[in-house]
Write a protein that binds this ligand. Structure first.
Ligand code: ATP
Length: 455
């Protein structure tokens, strides 16, 4: 009898991921034992590893180029930065309160309000006026809480790139076009956070500003659009779940803006923004700081304020997109002689191996010392090169399933034959094929297999 081909079911709702994340240690509600803190999340043992992988994938894609340098700027910046950038005056959302059910919502993205001027929760029309609500978190620097000591938690990392434009350019001696890439925390006092880690008040951004000569900006804007699309493709996001969406309204300084949208369970939503910001940011900082931020092109003997092409993606949002895209249930239905059907469900996170938190699970066939001790030694051998886990509880089938559910690409079984032949069984997550590999060749075998995914 041929093996039945399983039916593939994709993720339908975020709650499936929320519970898997908690159960398997990807993401926990922050301060859970105190009842949690709204929209704040902690990345657990597997989540923290995976998040590092997401960042590494982005960081390498950016900084291993010959024209982009890295930066790790402080969260707290001189308060004038936020005046120059326009955030003090303009970084706000319109907010409305329902006087009946007390719900507070954003006026600009709530359908029931836009269409019928109704509360989205109770339908009441007894609503407050729209008020502009600045999304920046304020705090105080030093012991005095006076207005002179007010500083902001940055709402984006990009301003660090702009104020360090000359430092980075001069220290690296790069010529334009060149870029600055950074990963770091940002904070926005969002009116309506939600959808798990999609929109939170504390999050991480991965932003790159590419400084170009005015007049070449359109060319680089299209190049970056294509590169960013290819990045998602390379790391396994299915193209049918991605699309570009042009902005209907452009910010006054922007010459072009497009979002890369991903089809989350709640619908297509912004994953990344790609913007042509003109010379707005550097000109503003030149004006407010009094410093000349022009670039001097020696060869052409010309001076200009560079234009900026920005790519900005949230690390947490990308983490979520990877999880959503990778989740699948393989359902095999069998019928017994009496006609009764049973469903067997294999949950797999088909993550790209570079993103998967654990690359190899080491599974001794028995808990007995004669297998568990050398299997532990094998774990250590693999840990020199990879993130690995060791699991000796439950049947081997159950352990395979546990590894599949968190996206582990390889399981290595140490069995009684291993003692004599020095070889282990390597089982592949996606095809479930098995191979016998010598222990002394195992690290290079796994490395070669992982590399194949990137070719
Ligand atoms: P949105 O329209 O979703 O509020 P935005 O257009 O304000 O986002 P940008 O300022 O362009 O977002 O920020 C760049 C990226 O940072 C976004 O594409 C998103 O991935 C991420 N990001 C922005 N705000 C949040 C947030 N509150 N929580 C998580 N990620 C965020």
């Amino acid at each position: 009898m041929s093996t039945p081909i399983p039916e593939i079911r994709r993720l339908k709702d975020l709650s499936t991921l929320v519970s898997l994340s908690k159960r398997r240690g990807f993401v926990f509600q922050s301060s859970e034992i105190y009842g949690g803190l709204g929209s704040c999340w902690d990345y657990g043992p597997l989540g923290s590893l995976m998040k590092l992988n997401v960042k590494r994938a982005w960081w390498n894609a950016m900084t291993r180029r010959s024209d982009i340098v890295g930066l790790d700027a402080a969260i707290l910046m001189h308060p004038t930065v936020w005046k120059a950038s326009g955030h003090v005056d303009g970084f706000s959302d319109p907010l409305v309160d329902c006087k009946d059910c007390k719900t507070r919502f954003r006026a600009d993205n709530t359908d029931s309000y836009i269409n019928k001027k109704q509360c989205p929760v109770c339908g009441s029309k007894n609503l407050s006026e729209e008020r502009q609500f600045n999304l920046m978190f304020k705090t105080h620097m030093g012991p005095l809480e006076d207005s002179a000591s007010v500083v902001y938690l940055r709402p984006e990392t990009a301003q660090g790139h702009f104020v360090n434009f000359q430092n980075c350019q001069q220290s690296s001696r790069y010529k334009i076009p060149f870029g600055i890439a950074a990963i770091g925390k940002s904070f926005r006092n969002e009116i309506t956070p939600g959808n798990f880690i999609f929109r939170t008040r504390e999050f991480e951004q991965m932003e790159m500003q590419y400084f170009v000569k005015p007049g070449t900006d359109e060319k680089y804007f299209s190049e970056w659009k294509e590169r960013r699309w290819n990045f998602y493709k390379k790391f396994g996001i299915r193209e049918e779940n991605l699309k570009f969406k042009d902005h209907d309204k452009l910010a006054h300084y922007a010459r072009a803006a497009v979002d890369v949208e991903y089809k989350f369970p709640m619908g297509f939503s912004e994953l990344e923004g790609i913007h042509n910001r003109s010379d707005f940011d550097l000109s503003q900082h030149a004006k407010f700081s009094g410093k000349n931020l022009e670039y001097f092109n020696e060869a052409e003997k010309e001076k200009y304020i560079p234009y900026v092409i920005e790519t900005a993606v949230g690390c947490d949002r990308l983490f979520l997109a990877f999880m959503c895209d990778a989740y699948r249930e393989e359902v095999t239905t069998t019928k017994d002689e009496s006609g009764k059907t049973t469903e067997d469900v294999r949950v797999v996170l088909g993550l790209h191996p570079d993103i998967a938190p654990i690359k190899v699970a080491v599974l001794p066939l028995s808990k007995k010392d004669e297998l568990s001790l050398p299997a532990e030694a094998l774990r250590d051998q693999l840990a020199e090169d990879f993130d690995v886990t060791y699991d000796e509880t439950g049947s081997i089938g159950k352990r395979y399933r546990r590894a599949d559910e968190v996206g582990t690409p390889f399981c290595v079984t140490y069995d009684f034959d291993t003692i004599n032949d020095g070889a282990v069984t390597v089982r592949h997550r996606d095809k479930m094929t098995q191979e016998r590999i010598k222990i002394k060749e195992l690290n290079s075998y796994i490395a070669a297999q992982l590399k194949q995914f990137n070719n």
